[in-house]
Design a protein around this ligand. Sequence first.
Ligand code: PLP
Length: 448
Amino acid sequence: KKFNKKEIIQTIKDNTLFSWNPTEAAANKALIMEKGEGVYFYDTDGKKYIDFNSQAMCSNLGHTVPEEVIKAIEEQLRSAAYAYPCSIVTPIKAKLSMLLADLFPGDINHFYYTSGGAESNETAMRMARLFTGRHKILARYRSYHGATLGAMTLTGDPRRWNSEPGASGVVHFMDPYPYSFKWGETEEQITEISLKYLRETISYEGAKNIAAIFIEPVTGTNGILKPPKGYLEGIRKICDETGILMVCDEVMNGFGRTGEMFGFMNSQEEVIPDIVTMAKGINGAYLPLGAVGCRDRIADHFKVNPIGIGSTYNSHPVTLASAYAALQYFLKNRVLDNVKTLEPVMKKHMEQLKQRHPTVKGYRSLGLFGIVELQKNSNGDPFIEYNGPPHPAMTKLSSDFVENGLYTLCRWSSFFTNPPLTINEKELKEGFEILDKSLTNLDKHFEK
Ligand code: PLP
């Protein structure tokens, strides 16, 4: 029996629970994906949506699974569907690890495989504490690191409040770009003052007690914030001086989203983090997979000491096969080149939105990682303050996007433009035309 739309939503309400949002309201608003194809997906009535957020910024290769990925998954299922990661290894684990060691710069040569981003961050926390023998971990306020206890405690944004008091030992510090004020006018000033502040935080907490500093190199859901010039280099220097490990959360940035292979490459000089965590783009989210990568000296420690973590689905061979094939596809089809080619095109479209709509306050983007900030008046006031209550105009904008056939994430007074990295110029234009049309409605709420 094929379920119709009403039956699907009713059963979802009756028999499931939603992540993050109250189930009843979320189910009422939910889109149904019956079929995905390229940068589009279709509901049960055949209504087409262009995916302008790659679902959770993760369907980076679009919704059509490349034939070679399907074949790799199928072959792995037929040959060795599961192997116990504690004592059995698989050829695909060796192959993928060699490929990742090739893709990462420096001596990030060693990989541990998980089932997603949060678990990767939990693992990185554990590794950093065991390696350094220190307990505290610094993380930033404008950040998201995942929903398990440790990763949620690392998270700086209000999603953290759900799990408080959380795990012990995490201390938050401010970003180079706080929400309501500026550390300085130029990037150099911003870097200088925010690093000074970080150094002071470290001295209050005691460097000898701090295992790691976690950052999203380019902040994702908290605003697509590119690190100011010299910031990543500055963090690296502080870590080198204090023995604190630099951990880069590449879960959203990694594998091309920011126009570089990895987010930490958005620096002027080469910066090599001590530990990196990843998921999402590693296999275009075709199967649940995350990973942690680390440098030689850290791996040397765990060659003779236990890593202190493990779970049934670590290094699941089918997920590893999907990543190996997806990364081969990424490289063969020069997906990173596509991101670099379309980066200025997306900026041009965003600038046009700003020129055409008084409600568009500004935008930020790098690679195919973008956000449009909205304002309700010429003072630049947002429709919704940081974590503020819903505003009817923003609720209407979200429903206009859907009505007009576009899926993206609206957060407070902004929305994201994060299409699959395989999008072409025509499809990008089509998405921006829908944004343009939907914003015309929002402009009616602009207070002159
Ligand atoms: N870290 C970052 C930067 C993320 O964006 C996310 C998810 O959005 C996570 C970690 C958590 O990943 P997952 O949802 O796979 O646990």
